[in-house]
Design a protein around this ligand. Structure first.
Ligand code: MN
Length: 472
């Protein structure tokens, strides 16, 4: 990894949402929808249809003056582009950012506070969409929920699904992670937890929020390292939380102690609904935003949702595996496996049996991992077709399969028994052999280097006509 750690951040790394949208527009990757598409279902439907090709900007959604943007990433490669690194260096760049954080810089003012609303009405002031069919209503899905450790003041940055429950009320799902830890500390002391939700930020901040960092490790500092420059932050108007100065929109509020209200259902990353339940509640105190802000939304279960969580997990899993297995070259959480459950590991195999050790190592890397396929270095792990080919030609179930029953898995996997899950591993590597033809991939010599424009007719129809005329 040392060669990768020294890879410099390219100057193309952008710093706010608008910079990234400018990049996308300049290279033809930003679609613009007609005005007045409905915030209920319609925006999500269009974003879903373009999730593999284009980011989409929706002007005047539902007549609202604030435009909505979706699909900041439609391909894994875009994540690398947004960070200004080559895709081959993406994981090492993410890892290096987590180990070399760049502290934020507090500034006196920022565009995110150009306009201040102390009289809050969420659905009037912001264009908040409803996404999947059976979602309980409009949700804020791309907001960085920033909170402060009540005793140390260290901030945490995470994304939580936020249901609009009333003009100044949000139902929030706090899974057992850092925001919940801070909230429990506040609640036990009888206090609300001050928070802010920053919407419309650079992709690096969204990615950093998904890093597997320890408690009391401010993810904003990882974002600074991802971008190669410190993130400017400003203090909220109504509380002590510091938010990115360049954010488009900030919602300030408090998670109320001893209050739980219904939240959900909501369409989640496994492509199923997370159920309704009694959840924590945010009371909103203020909304601040730029003069003419942009609202970012993530359609639940869209590719943007999957890859945003997948890339930081890949980085952590790669680091975990490399520590024990020097032969590991790269990992991928596949799209079909919801960028969470199915892992592919590429290795430069040195010893027989090693792939099975790697499979067991991967299961211990994260409880979400349900299936591991280990392949050789000649397999392109960004291609599900290539991975299937490796299984088809280098794997025998009676010899190369690893099966573990009754392990901890993902509670969001509906086939698990409340999170109790089996684990499946495939050693799809070729045996180490001295036979030069065994497991040697066929190859049309020069196929990769051929320049088609130099060898194919520009007008094939006319050329075909001439050839057939001569043959008649
Ligand atoms: Mn954290």
């Amino acid at each position: 990894m040392s060669e990768a750690l020294s890879q410099p951040v390219r100057p193309s790394a952008t710093s706010d949402l608008r910079d990234w949208l400018n990049v996308l527009a300049a290279r033809g990757d930003l679609a613009v929808a007609h005005e007045n598409m409905s915030l209920i279902d319609e925006i999500a439907a269009v974003a879903k249809r373009t999730e593999r090709e284009k980011a989409v900007l929706f002007p005047r959604p539902g007549g609202h003056p604030i435009p909505v943007v979706a699909n900041l990433f439609t391909q894994r490669e875009w994540v690398a582009d947004a960070l200004g690194v080559a895709e081959t260096h993406l994981l090492s760049h993410v890892l290096s950012a987590a180990t070399n954080p760049v502290p934020s810089t507090e500034v006196a003012s920022g565009p995110c506070q150009d306009i201040v609303h102390m009289d809050v009405d969420l659905l009037k002031q912001l264009p908040i969409p409803k996404h999947n069919e059976l979602d309980s209503g409009p949700y804020i899905t791309a907001g960085l929920l920033i909170s402060r450790n009540p005793s140390t003041g260290v901030q945490n940055v995470a994304i939580h699904r936020c249901q609009v429950s009333g003009p100044n009320r949000i139902g929030v799902l706090l899974l057992p992670r850092h925001t919940l830890a801070f909230f429990r500390m506040a609640e036990q002391a009888g206090h609300a937890l001050e928070i802010a939700i920053a919407i419309g930020v650079h992709p690096a901040l969204l990615l950093a929020s998904q890093a597997i960092a320890p408690l009391d490790f401010d993810e904003m500092h990882i974002a600074g390292a991802l971008l190669g420059r410190s993130i400017d932050v400003v203090k909220c108007k109504t509380n002590a939380v510091r938010v990115p100065a360049q954010a488009e929109i900030v919602i300030e509020g408090r998670i109320l102690p001893q209050v739980r209200e219904p939240e959900g259902p909501f369409g989640e990353f496994p492509q199923y609904y997370g159920p309704r339940g009694a959840r924590e509640v945010i009371e909103v105190d203020a909304i601040t935003h730029r003069k003419h802000p942009i609202f970012h939304t993530i359609v639940g279960g869209s590719f943007e949702h999957l890859v945003m969580g997948g890339v930081p997990r890949e980085a952590t899993l790669l680091q975990h595996l490399k520590r024990s297995f020097p032969s590991v070259l790269d990992v991928r959480l596949t799209r079909g496996g919801t960028c969470r459950y199915h892992l592919v590991v590429k290795i430069d195999k040195a010893n027989e049996g090693e792939p099975k050790n790697i499979i067991m190592g991967a299961f211990s890397g994260h409880y979400d991992i349900k299936q591991v396929v280990v392949v050789d270095k000649d397999v392109d792990i960004s291609s599900s077709e290539e991975i299937e080919w490796a299984v088809a030609t280098r794997f025998q179930a009676d010899r190369d399969l690893v099966l573990v029953t009754g392990a901890q898995g993902s509670k969001l996997d509906p086939s698990s028994r409340d999170g109790i899950s089996a684990k499946l591993g495939f050693d799809a590597t070729a045996p180490i052999t001295t036979d030069p033809l065994a497991f040697r991939r066929i190859q049309a010599k020069g196929a990769d280097d051929v320049v088609l424009a130099n060898v194919l007719e520009q007008s094939p129809g006319a050329a075909f006509g001439r050839i057939m005329a001569a043959l008649s």
